[in-house]
Write a protein that binds this ligand. Structure first.
Ligand code: NAD
Ligand code: UGA
Length: 476
């Protein structure tokens, strides 16, 4: 066991200035004014954007984030590309780099690509001085801490020492600041009790100690992966029930309310939709599946695999429904896509269901008019151009999305001119108060609205000549 002396923490660095590193460190800096917090990244553009004078240009959009950055930046919060210098005098280094699914080689399509985390560990081994607490903030396969320990331990400089801590992040995008300021729990796994307490001390500045869970390293790493797997499993479950509702005349919102009123089940994470998106659920499930197979747990792997498969099936079934309702062909038909982000209140489009559904419609020859209040045209283009993950459980586009065309529209009402259909894919607030009477006059007849987020008011739309399809609601 590693033993270290409890030292006052005066400087923290975080490698990775992304969706997690940026907001998490901003909140730590805000809550701990006596600690210098430096967020580091190799991506110069990203660091430049974090340092931008225009706070609306920060690289991550999160409600409440810009106010916090405004309060702390330049005082005790800094964003920099000077990685080695900052590691050298840091007491704690958080690793918050990307851990996407591996795209080639052993474990391709399932295992996490750990090249960035390994690079960070090597960099910390080289640039650090004295005793450094290295904190895994990224979501990692269970036992990654062993790899990090091995790399750190191979440093020939005997004046250096390290403790490795696992402190996974549970924030959800769109509510990141709220989640960081008032988390359900903080999880700290480690071997060295002193280092565990030093990390806990940081959080104790604003979080009750009762919410801080201490575990061993492996429990902490595994809890993060499985927490995401449980959440994703609830969404696949409710989406499977939505499909049954559509066949039977049951109403998914009524069923969700009835199921969720049982306190043992709870009412969160049972909202049906187009399928879960976001950078983590699918990647973490695939990683869990990989680990299960690695440990010879085939049945367990298959269980979690069904959660991913159901999600892909759900995304594809929505585009099929659109095609079927529009007489089996979308060639030359204008379709409005309402929302491209994977959920409301974020500009993140990674793994958004809108990508799969839009691509399916483009293959059918549709002309898409895409609206999203926070997503840029360049970002949509990048998503359409991405080479799909080679996993069997991802959507592989063998057909040509250039059969159709797309453009980003800023004024929602312009998008509806001569449109045949609109699909609500992200639950942005503004989509729940659209003027459907005005829209019905703009659309070509017969016109359809497909609501995958249950936010369109049926009473209002039924007064127009628009046909409405709602997820999880079948014929009476
Ligand atoms: P991200 O891609 O937004 O950010 C990662 C950043 O790390 C990038 O800016 C990249 O340039 C930088 N980076 C990579 N290698 C580097 C290196 N060697 N040196 C310096 N910088 C480097 O990723 P994210 O969404 O912030 O996720 C980070 C981790 O947190 C992942 O493991 C993810 O699973 C986990 N996580 C994400 C969320 C979320 O909501 N996005 C929530 C909880 C956990
Ligand atoms: C999720 C988890 O909620 C976080 O706890 C975790 O830290 C994070 O992943 C991570 O590890 O990256 P996030 O992906 O940001 O957070 O957003 P969620 O709110 O979980 O939504 C994920 C997807 O599920 C979205 O597409 C959302 O629309 C969908 N969803 C969510 C539903 O379809 N129904 C629901 O009831 C809830």
């Amino acid at each position: 066991m590693i033993k270290s002396l409890k030292k006052r923490i005066t400087k923290i660095s975080c490698i990775g200035a992304g969706y997690v590193g940026g907001p998490t460190m901003a909140v730590i800096a805000d809550q701990c004014p006596h600690i210098k917090v430096v967020v580091l990244d190799i991506n110069e553009q990203r660091i430049k954007a974090w340092n931008s004078d225009n706070y609306d240009k920060l690289p991550v959009f999160e409600p409440g984030l810009k106010e916090i950055v405004l309060r702390s930046r330049g005082k005790n919060l800094f964003f920099s590309t000077e990685i080695n210098n900052n590691i050298a005098d840091s007491d704690i280094v958080f690793l918050s780099v990307n851990t996407p699914t591996k795209l080639s080689g052993v474990g391709s399509g399932h295992a996490s690509d750990l090249r960035w985390i390994e690079k960070c560990a090597r960099q910390v081994a080289l640039a650090s001085s004295g005793h450094t607490i290295v904190v895994e903030k990224s979501t990692l396969p269970v036992r990654t801490a062993q790899t990090i320990k091995t790399i750190l331990g191979s440093s020939s400089n005997k004046k250096k020492s390290f403790s490795v801590i696992s402190n996974p992040e549970f924030l959800a995008e769109g509510s990141a600041i709220k989640d960081l300021q008032n988390p359900d729990r903080v999880l700290i796994g480690g071997e060295d009790p002193v280092s565990i307490e030093q990390v806990a001390d940081i959080y104790r500045h604003w979080i009750d100690d009762k919410k801080i869970i201490r575990t061993n390293l492996w429990s902490s790493e595994l809890s993060k992966l499985t927490a995401n797997a449980f959440l994703a499993q609830r969404i696949s479950s409710i989406n499977s029930v939505a499909a049954i509702c559509e066949e039977t005349g049951a109403n998914i919102n009524e069923v969700s309310l009835a199921i969720g009123s049982d306190t043992r089940i709870g009412n969160k994470f049972i909202k049906s939709g187009p399928g879960f998106g976001g950078s983590c659920f699918k990647k973490d499930l695939l990683n869990l599946i990989y680990l299960c197979k690695y440990f010879g747990l085939k049945e367990v792997a298959n269980y979690w695999l069904s959660v991913v498969s159901l999600n892909s099936w759900n995304q594809n079934r929505i585009s099929e429904i659109v095609v079927n309702k529009l007489f089996g062909t979308l060639a030359e038909k204008k379709i409005v896509i309402l929302g491209f982000a994977f959920k409301a209140n974020t500009n993140d489009t990674r793994e958004s269901s809108a990508i799969t559904i839009s691509k399916n419609l483009l293959i059918e020859g549709a002309k898409l008019k895409i609206h999203d209040p926070k997503v840029s045209s360049d970002q949509i283009k990048a998503e359409f151009n991405l080479i799909d993950n080679k996993s069997n459980y991802q959507n592989i586009y063998k057909e040509d999305i250039n059969n159709g065309s797309w453009e980003k529209i800023d004024n929602i009402y312009d998008a509806f001119i001569d449109a045949d259909a609109a699909i609500v894919l992200t639950e942005w607030e503004e989509y729940s108060s659209l003027d459907w009477e005005k829209i019905s006059k703009l659309m070509r007849k017969p016109s359809w609205v497909f609501d995958t987020r249950s936010i369109v008011n049926n009473n209002i739309i039924s007064k127009t000549d628009i046909n409405l399809w709602r997820i999880g609601i079948g014929p009476n």
